[in-house]
Design a protein around this ligand. Structure first.
Ligand code: COI
Length: 348
């Protein structure tokens, strides 16, 4: 193997009852870490989960050169562990890294780091309806206050047991003042700054009684982009509609998987621009509207209320909704209950 991963001492931490803990709060016992300097990755190792020592001058702390991924591992019905869509996550990671001028991580290093870490912490992958959330990420560590592309990085992977991200259907607000991303910006990269920049408008929405914002485009403030930390999807008039990958939204792996599943189920899919006026029309004409967020952490997050201007509209969230059929079909593939015809499961 090109990169040998050393496993340092074991720790005493044991699996605890994590089901009631908030998402991402409890790390598993180990983490993966590799250093980039002199133009190459070195010292790839799995260590007990531990704090980092960083220079206060580290470039990531000042100029936001950070990129991350979010992935999941599942215990399948046959007891084996599977990691969902490693290849697609790696591809997206590389695109984000390129956009942020950060070094590429070879597929072998990415895959082996995650495979060996998940294998070692296999007892932490929840059985039943939970999953192990896997967070690969990279930060710029060169100690320099001068504004520059870092010459040094850390690539790390940490994991945390995950259950339901949202426990209740969401109330969202169409956002027409603040924007998440503009053409030519970093909207399609999974970089930390996209999330930090969303905090303020999301906080305002929360103060107004909503869970999340539904972002609109930066030019017209009219076309739907994505919802909080998820892609936005709608099911209206027997058609699954989701904004196209125009360069401002994230190429969500769950979004992509649900589109493929919808095709498999014979559902009409449209990936295109969608004005919030189209939603208003549907609501005001009594058309049934399903709306949901799709993301690795949230999977399928039903949206119950959409506020557009001063008016609130109610979406369809009954158990026979299409979003739940898609969600179940996805889960069945992950659990090995349904055929994995797209070869999405990387089985350990
Ligand atoms: C994910 O769904 O994996 C995300 O990255 C969203 C959030 C947890 C940051």
């Amino acid at each position: 193997m090109e990169h040998t991963i050393l496993i340092t001492s074991q720790t005493e931490r044991v699996v605890t009852d994590t089901k009631t803990l908030p998402f991402g709060k409890v790390p598993t016992e180990h983490m993966f870490i590799a250093e980039y300097s002199d133009g190459k990755w070195q010292n790839a190792r799995i260590t007990p989960f531990q704090d980092l020592v960083l220079s206060p001058l580290s470039l990531c702390l000042h100029y936001g050169q950070t990129v991350f991924e979010g992935m999941k591992a599942f215990v399948m019905d046959n007891g084996k562990i599977s990691i969902f869509r490693m290849d697609k996550h790696h591809e997206r990671f590389l695109k984000s890294l390129e956009r942020m001028c950060m070094p590429s991580v070879p597929k072998k290093l990415f895959t082996e780091a995650i495979r060996q870490l998940v294998e070692l912490d296999a007892d932490w992958v929840p059985r039943g309806d939970g999953s192990l959330y896997i967070r690969p990420f990279m930060i710029a560590t060169e100690p320099r206050i001068g504004v520059k592309i870092s010459d040094e990085y850390l690539f790390m992977v940490v994991c945390s047991p995950a259950f339901q991200y949202y426990t209740n259907p969401l109330k969202v607000k169409i956002e027409t003042t603040y924007v998440r991303s503009a053409n030519g910006g970093t909207g399609t990269a999974k970089c930390g700054g996209n999330y930090g920049g969303a905090f303020y408008p999301t906080q305002l929405a929360k103060e107004a009684g909503y869970d999340q914002v539904l972002w609109t485009d930066a030019v017209h403030h009219e076309f739907i982009e994505e919802s909080g930390t998820m892609n936005a999807m709608f099911y209206i008039n027997n058609t699954l509609i989701t904004p196209e990958l125009s360069g401002t939204i994230l190429d969500g792996v769950t979004r992509d998987s649900l589109i493929a599943i919808a095709h498999d189920l014979g559902v009409t899919v449209e990936t295109r621009q969608m004005s919030y006026n189209e939603l208003i029309n549907a609501f005001e004409n009594g058309v049934r509207v399903e709306a949901f967020g799709a993301g690795t952490a949230a999977v399928v997050a039903p949206i119950e209320i959409i506020a557009i201007g001063h008016k609130e509209y109610k979406c369809y969230i009954e158990p026979d909704a299409m979003m739940f059929k898609l969600q179940k079909a996805l889960l069945d593939i992950r659990k090995g209950v349904a055929e994995d015809k797209h070869h999405w499961n990387f089985t350990l």
